[in-house]
Every structure is written in structure tokens, then in C-alpha cells.
Design a protein around this ligand. Structure first.
Ligand code: ZN
Ligand code: ZN
Length: 280
């Protein structure tokens, strides 16, 4: 089955395209199931913390409109549409976050770490700091997000090693151990990690070697994955799928997770899917 579990429309405030525009593209690609995952966080954080988030994200009063639009869109198409959100994790706010997620009719909660409080809430790739320290802080914070047990999957862990060059020598070993702890935490929590196909653009310091290291650990630990393009415009739906799916197969990852009312079901990635995904 062909799925894309990471899509942003205008609701996320820095993406373009309506749900209809996205579904048009989804239909043309032959993708059978999608999950919209708009950026939210203002909805669960106290006001004094909210204003520290440097990005606009979905405004508080838009969430109910978003959920209504999802329900309406689902009635117009045979594409299966899942209700998701991409929500920032911040240590110390687990309780309101849990209550927020429990109060919503969601299929999928995608956890995410974009901003690190110990670096003045800057976006990870904009932080100027000692590279190894930054990577280790990022991985440790990501592990905390996983251990909160609040999410179904954790988004784009590659942001860490895209922001800084993968360290060498002893530091490289420490980073590798820290990444191993992140993957082990996901296994303990019985949750997914995301294969975010934007990673295959190899932006910043991202490399196929670093991504391969991550996929190898996923295979070793047997952690389930979700698959998503992180599209911020309809043209990016299913981005890099050919390469990503070939790579997953190479690492023996033959299934991806789908969700309904936050219950996971694994579906096989077949050859048919590889052919259908001829998009870059
Ligand atoms: Zn994100
Ligand atoms: Zn995203």
C-alpha cells in the first residue's frame, strides 16, 4: 500500500495549498492513504510559553475548522484520509499535552522536536553551538519526547545530523550511542519513528551514510516506521519516494505503519508500490 503520513496545508501557516489541492496530487500519484499533520502547539501550551515559539503554526481557533474540513474532505474521495497533527514536545508540559491529544478525535499524533529550550527556543538548524554538544542535546531531548509516551511516531530525527556534521572519533561514538538510545526508547515505548523522505534531499550536513546508520538501527531494534514526505506544498507529496522505498527495502524494512483512532496497523510495502511511486 502507498501512504503519505506527513502533510501540511495552509493550516500550518507556512505551507501552501488547500486539502483539495493536496488530494488532487495524491490521486495522480496513486497514493491510497494520507494523513494530514498540521503544526500545532499553541493549543496546549500556557500563554507565557506560547509566545516563545518562533513559528506561527496553526492558530488556536483553527483546530475545530481543520477537523471539520478533514471530515468533509473524507466524504468526497475514495482516498483514505486520516486525522493527524504534528505537535512539538517540550519537557515539563507533558500533562497538558496528554490532555490535549486525548480530547481530540485523532487518528495519529506525530511528535516533533524543532526548538530546543536550552538554546533559546531556536530552530535546530539555526542554532550556532559546539556541534557534538548540540547533536547530543537534540538526541537526548528527542529521547525524552519518545519516553513521554504521548505520540504514535516521532518526526524527522535527521534534523539533528543535518544541523551539524556527524562528529568523528570518540564524539562520533557518543553520538552513535545516543542515537541508539533514541531508537531503543522507541522500541520500549512500542512506538514508531518516522522515515521522513525530505531527508533524501540531504540538506545541510545530511548524508546517505548518516541516514543509513539510522535505518540500520531501526532494523536491528525492529522499530516500526511511519512514512511521510513532510510536504509543505502539493508538489512535494510523495517526494523522493522511489529512492526512499528502495533504501528501505535495502535495509529490510518491508512494512510501514498506518493508524486509525491511534491504533497501529502495519501494511506491507510491495513492488507495486515502488512502481507507483515514480516521483522525485
Ligand atoms: Zn516538523
Ligand atoms: Zn512537518
Amino acid at each position: 500500500m502507498l501512504v503519505d503520513y506527513h502533510l501540511h496545508t495552509v493550516f500550518s501557516r507556512h505551507a501552501t495549498g488547500s486539502m483539495e489541492d493536496y488530494l488532487d496530487k495524491v490521486r495522480r500519484l496513486g497514493i491510497e492513504e494520507v494523513c494530514f499533520t498540521e503544526h500545532t502547539s499553541r493549543q496546549y501550551l500556557p500563554e507565557e510559553f506560547c509566545h516563545q515559539i518562533p513559528s506561527a503554526w496553526m492558530q488556536e481557533n483553527e483546530l475545530s475548522i481543520y477537523l471539520e474540513q478533514l471530515a468533509a474532505a473524507a466524504k468526497t474521495t475514495s482516498i483514505r484520509i486520516k486525522r493527524g497533527l504534528e505537535v512539538d514536545y517540550f519537557a515539563g508540559y507533558e500533562e497538558p499535552l496528554g490532555e490535549f491529544l486525548d480530547s481530540l478525535p485523532l487518528d495519529f499524533a506525530l511528535g516533533t522536536v524543532h526548538f530546543l529550550p536550552m538554546y533559546q527556543m531556536q530552530y535546530i538548524s539555526l542554532i550556532e553551538a559546539e556541534p557534538t554538544a548540540l547533536l547530543l542535546q537534540y538526541l537526548d531531548y528527542t529521547k525524552k519526547a519518545i519516553e513521554s509516551g504521548l505520540f504514535d511516531s516521532l518526526a524527522h530525527i535527521h534534523l539533528g545530523w543535518q544541523a551539524v556534521p556527524w562528529p568523528k572519533g570518540e564524539d562520533g561514538k557518543a553520538a552513535r550511542d545516543a542515537l541508539g538510545e533514541v531508537v531503543a526508547a522507541a522500541l520500549r515505548q512500542d512506538m514508531c519513528l518516522e522515515v521522513n523522505t525530505r531527508a533524501f534531499n540531504f540538506e545541510g550536513y545530511g548524508t546517505s551514510q548518516a541516514y543509513g546508520r539510522f535505518l540500520e538501527m531501526i532494523t536491528d531494534y525492529g522499530v516500526p516506521v511511519t512514512l511521510g514526505s513532510d510536504a509543505h506544498a502539493p508538489k512535494d507529496v510523495g517526494r523522493n519516494y522511489s529512492e526512499a522505498l528502495r533504501t528501505l527495502k535495502h535495509y529490510g524494512i518491508l512494512e510501514v505503519a498506518t493508524f486509525e483512532k491511534r491504533k497501529r496497523q502495519m501494511v506491507p510495502i510491495g513492488d507495486r508500490l515502488l512502481k507507483a511511486a515514480g516521483t522525485k
